[in-house]
Design a protein around this ligand. Structure first.
Ligand SMILES: Cc1cc2nc3c(=O)[nH]c(=O)nc-3n(C[C@H](O)[C@H](O)[C@H](O)COP(=O)(O)O)c2cc1C
Length: 240
């Protein structure tokens, strides 16, 4: 039986809020004092972003010490290494967030569906608009191949990292509007792979609704690399 002083963070992983301990597979993990303070703060703010300065203050308990971002980053990575089952995501702007696995209960839905998606030749991404900043909750293998990012690299991030700081694109405004209005859209974007290669991406984004209650559940993105068409068009136009 699970007592309510235990908060589940991931499969077989719990935070004991009474004594501030991490329990994995029924064993207490020995955290350092700083790791324990950090995790305690993140658990208090489960699924909400916490700014690095707050973490720094919590860990140092001395307000006159100057904020040191690197020490926060090091502490986060030490905790990630020590307890890899815990999902701490970085959020743009110096925030960190502890994500609870069971936020994705629906992703346990039918393994066979995963297999189908995973074998699709089109790159596919699924996001959860009911969570902060519409994070990615699934990408298939074709997505990883196309953009050179693994599932772990992108999990929990908003898709905007794909256009990086190349934001002067009308298509981005169109997507923002379509998402707000919960409509589907097909646009062409300049995106970038992990290694920095430019990629012309024709993406179709569709809202997915729960048929029973009409609530918005996900967004589905299907991506097509149209770089070769762009290149061809450029070559053709240079012939004239
Ligand atoms: C399912 C889905 C797929 C998306 N795919 C891409 C993509 O492939 N490339 C991209 O640059 N932006 C993509 N976006 C758009 C960004 O996530 C974001 O919505 C866009 O940058 C506008 O919002 P912003 O102004 O908050 O950045 C996608 C969004 C969703 C919901």
């Amino acid at each position: 039986m699970i007592h309510n002083k235990l908060i589940q963070l991931a499969r077989y992983s719990y935070w004991d809020k009474e004594i501030g301990a991490l329990i994995v597979d029924a064993k207490h993990l020995k955290l350092t004092v700083s790791q324990r303070k950090l995790l305690g703060l993140l658990v208090e703010n489960l699924n909400r972003p916490v700014h690095g300065t707050l973490i720094f203050d919590e860990v140092n308990h001395s307000l006159d010490k100057e904020f040191n971002e690197k020490s926060v980053r090091n502490l986060i990575s030490s905790l990630r290494k020590f307890a890899p089952m815990i999902k701490i995501v970085n959020i743009y702007g110096g925030y960190y967030m502890l994500r609870k696995d069971s936020m994705y209960p629906d992703l346990e839905f039918k393994d066979y569906l995963y297999e189908v998606l995973d074998q699709s030749k089109n790159a596919i991404v699924i996001t959860n608009p009911n969570e902060y900043d519409n994070p990615i909750i699934y990408v298939n293998s074709a997505f990883s191949e196309l953009f050179e990012y693994t599932f772990e690299d992108v999990m929990g991030k908003n898709c905007r990292f794909l256009h990086d700081d190349d934001i002067e694109q009308l298509a981005i405004d169109e997507i923002r509007k379509a998402i707000q209005e919960r409509e589907s859209i097909t646009v062409n974007l300049r995106n970038y792979t992990q290694s920095g290669k430019i990629l012309y991406n024709e993406v179709t984004i569709s809202p997915i609704f729960d048929k029973k209650n009409g609530k918005l559940k996900y967004f589905l993105g299907v991506h097509k690399d149209v770089t070769f068409i762009k290149t061809l068009m450029r070559q053709l136009s240079s012939l004239h």
